[in-house]
Design a protein around this ligand. Structure first.
Ligand SMILES: [Zn+2]
Ligand SMILES: [Zn+2]
Length: 347
């Protein structure tokens, strides 16, 4: 089968690789029907993810059809459509029993190399071996298309986590820095908590337009004075909740200025460097900061929300390519060409 594989010179290539085989009774083989490119795949290309070495198959956001099941699998059979979370977990350790499966020390991210991935092969391929299938997989209801379901594991889970950890309450003013896929996922999630208004900040007009489509007030980080705008719509108080989904030290600094005293800042962006904290001010003003990626134990619940039709994530999928065109898709995604937000790949 063909797969996107990291090369030694910070390049991806489509390579012919062996199809995976069942290795444990709890395994299934998933035939990938839709996968996507994530910002962290681009990080992997540039060597920013330790352990993702040349030869690694990339990709961790995918849905598909069960092709084969191990002898121990009870919940699924060949032909079932499933959404696969971006990482595995064991289901029995202390983290898993606390429902914090993203912290399971036995889990790995698909295509995450030896350190983050425990050697699990990535999903930009035709087939993937999925261990512990009964525990980690979510069935896709008949009414939910791949174009929605593919976002439930990472984009919507991480976005929802940002909103949930920000503890948005009815009537709150929420500001979201970064309108990439995760920021837009956070916007859609934030709306589930009944905010008074959501302000969305980005540098790209097409992403701001999409945020506007979901009902946010768009603020251009280059043209507009972000903190002043937030103050203007909150009687000078600042926002109740600020979500940082940009992974930018500048945006983070502005997030700390945009939040009200006693407000909450929820960080899900991935930062390339360390950032300084004005800790004296934060303590004095009682600003609460939470951080972390998606809690994957919520995927079932988020899928059931998609099933109701109340949430529509399909506008995020701006482009679709065959897996054979993956390199073209990467170029488009990485360089924000053609108003690209999220690229789907179809093996
Ligand atoms: Zn991802
Ligand atoms: Zn565990």
């Amino acid at each position: 089968m063909k797969a996107v594989v990291l090369q030694p010179d910070h390049r991806f290539a489509l390579e012919e690789v062996k199809e995976p085989k069942l290795a444990h009774p709890g395994d299934v083989i998933v035939q990938v029907t839709t996968t996507t490119i994530c910002g962290s795949d681009v990080h992997a290309k540039h060597g920013l993810l330790p352990g993702v070495v040349p030869g690694t198959i990339i990709g961790h956001e995918f849905v598909g059809v069960i092709a084969e099941t191990g002898t121990g699998v009870e919940r699924f059979k060949p032909g079932d459509r499933v959404a696969v979370p971006p990482a595995t977990w064991c289901g029995t350790c202390r983290a898993c029993r606390r429902q914090e499966v993203q912290h399971c020390p036995h889990g790995g991210v698909w295509g995450g190399g030896e350190i983050f991935g425990k050697g699990l092969a990535g999903a930009q391929a035709s087939y993937v071996r999925v261990p512990n299938a009964d525990v980690i997989l979510t069935a896709i209801p008949a009414g939910v298309a791949d174009e929605q379901a593919v976002f439930v594991g990472d984009v919507f889970s991480t976005g929802y986590h940002a909103a949930f950890e920000g503890r948005i309450e009815t009537g709150d003013t929420v500001v979201i820095f970064g309108c990439g896929p995760i920021g837009l996922g956070a916007l859609v999630a934030a709306l589930q908590f009944g905010p008074r208004q959501v302000l969305a900040v980005d540098m790209l007009d097409n992403r701001l337009a999409l945020a506007g489509h979901y009902g946010a007030m768009a603020i251009h980080a280059g043209r507009d004075r972000v903190v002043e705008q937030v103050q203007a719509v909150t009687d000078g108080q600042g926002a109740d909740v600020v979500i940082e989904a940009a992974g930018s030290p500048d945006a983070f600094a502005q997030a700390l200025k945009a939040v009200r005293r006693g407000g909450r800042v929820s960080v899900v962006g991935l930062f390339p460097n360390e950032v300084a904290l004005p800790i004296h001010e934060l303590v004095y003003y009682g600003v609460q900061i939470s951080m972390g990626l998606g809690n994957l134990s919520r995927v079932d619940r988020l899928m059931s929300l998609l099933e109701t039709g109340k949430v529509d994530l399909t506008p995020l999928a701006t482009h679709t390519f065959a897996l054979e065109e993956a390199l073209e898709a990467y170029d488009l995604f990485e360089n924000h060409k053609d108003r690209c937000v999220k690229v789907l790949l179809r093996p």
